[in-house]
Write a protein of this length. Sequence first.
Length: 173
Amino acid sequence: MNYFEFYEIPVSFGVDAEALRKRFYALSKKYHPDFYTLESEEKQAEILRLSTLNNEAYETLRNPDRRMKYVLTLREALGEEGSNKLPPDFLMEMMELNEGLMELEFDPDPAVVADIRAQLEQKEAALEQEVTPLLVRFDADPTTNEGLDGVVDYYLKKRYLLRIRENLGKFAG
């Protein structure tokens, strides 16, 4: 049973956060191990499994990035770690940012940090704008895999930009 089935909601990149939270608390109460202490060992083990599933499902579905990865994995659109490839044109664009990061190692400059941060924000906003129609289309018809290649590209690019942002944080003193 996948997390969406467990919560009885459709597979979607966008979820109602409040409804998700309410469902989590309702299932937390329903599957709380303390309510089953007098049951058989098998029943207690099943309740513990369901309680753990509830916690894992909530942690995954409430986080947009983890939820995206989960949906892409469910749909078998995302390859094994390390097998996914970023488009070469994107990597060429990132070369300038990476070179800027390397220069910061030898010559820390707050102006360069601010410039790289601004470029990152601009690229993230452009990516968000590109992927939004794909996410909306999928959520309107979650039976289709149309457009998922674009969502995979977005996911991989976003992760790449996050790594640059994390590296940039070392110089943002």
